[in-house]
Write a protein that binds this ligand. Structure first.
Ligand SMILES: Cc1cc2nc3c(=O)[nH]c(=O)nc-3n(C[C@H](O)[C@H](O)[C@H](O)COP(=O)(O)O)c2cc1C
Length: 309
């Protein structure tokens, strides 16, 4: 009997729906024991978010500062598994605080050790650098990354910003003003994510995950958008400076850092609405000279390879 553990955190339930669909086939198999484990925080984040809390989560998200978790003595976490599916969302270009806290907890050292892991991402559209950070945490836990499925909002970047903000601040995943598309991962992509189940099940039974990512890619598990990669990389550099500046003003509950959080929120709007179009123009101008490195990047970031520092 094979054992599979799905570890997830999801505020809206989107990632849980995706994870359930991906594991449909595994669930139906009599030869696999499937367990879901929800990461639980001592002080959970609100959903819907208030503006203040949303921006205040930035420094700790980006600096990957862990928070306290509960339920870590759950017997589910004391077993070893043939496969772990880690379903996570991205917060500020980094794995969300709940996921980061779980991966940094000492329980993960034992749970993940020498265990094949498939990462499942459900986010707006900027996940590539977050996945690089998750890869590092998995290496630290001696896990073996064997697959990655990244589901995103497929609408153009600016539309997805408008719709996700509305979703996060109201808690309702619906068409904003009746004219914008539904935010987040589309119902169709969520429903169709069950297509990833068969190759996962096959690899599990064969005890061979070598070709799994290739098979997942053939089913559309990952789409690398070169411009988003450029934005993600650049924004990581600037976010680092902002996060350290705000962090130097005091902890999350300190009033002293609030003016800087406010400044960051203004900067974020300027970056999205004014700087991003300029970067896009530069991206187009350098499209031909960078075609080789674009190809190389596409191949690497679609894969489960891990860069050595
Ligand atoms: C504080 C915060 C920051 C976020 N930052 C990003 C981001 O940098 N990139 C991205 O693609 N999505 C980002 N998202 C969207 C999430 O990855 C995710 O799609 C959304 O929160 C729904 O996840 P859920 O399953 O927890 O409901 C952010 C969401 C929140 C709440």
């Amino acid at each position: 009997m094979k054992k599979v553990l799905v570890i997830y955190y999801s505020q809206s339930g989107q990632l849980l729906d995706i994870s359930k669909n991906i594991t449909n086939e595994i669930e139906e198999s009599n030869e696999v024991g499937l367990t879901f484990y929800e990461i639980k925080l001592k002080n959970n984040f609100p959903f819907p978010w208030s503006k203040k809390e949303f921006y205040n989560a930035f420094p700790e998200s980006f600096l990957q500062t862990p928070t306290d978790l509960v339920d870590l003595d759950n017997p589910v976490l004391l077993k070893k598994y043939d496969l772990i599916i880690l379903s996570y969302q991205v917060w500020y270009l980094s794995p969300s605080i709940p996921i980061n806290s779980f991966l940094k907890n000492k329980i993960s050292k034992i749970l993940f050790k020498e265990t094949p892991v498939i990462t499942v991402i459900g986010c707006r559209n900027m996940w590539i650098m977050a996945q690089e950070k998750v890869k590092k945490l998995l290496v630290h836990n001696q896990a073996k990354l064997v697959g990655n499925i990244a589901l995103v909002d497929r609408h153009i970047n600016h539309i997805s910003v408008i719709t996700i903000v509305h979703w996060m601040f109201t808690g309702v995943k619906k068409k904003h003003l009746g004219i914008f598309p539904k935010p987040g991962v589309s119902d169709k992509d969520i429903e169709e994510s069950s297509k990833f189940g068969p190759p996962i099940l096959k690899s599990l039974f064969q005890n061979n995950f070598k070709n799994l990512q290739q098979q997942l890619l053939e089913r559309g598990a990952v789409r690398i958008k070169p411009f988003l990669l450029v934005m993600d990389t650049r924004a990581n550099i600037l976010f680092g400076k902002w996060a350290n500046l705000i962090n130097s003003k005091g902890p999350a509950n300190s009033d002293k850092r609030q003016p800087f959080i406010k400044l960051f929120s203004i900067y974020l709007s300027v970056a999205i609405w004014m700087i991003a179009p300029i970067v896009f123009l530069l991206f187009l101008l350098t499209f031909i000279p960078f075609s080789k490195s674009r190809k190389r990047n596409k191949k690497y970031y679609s894969s489960v390879q891990i860069k050595k520092d």
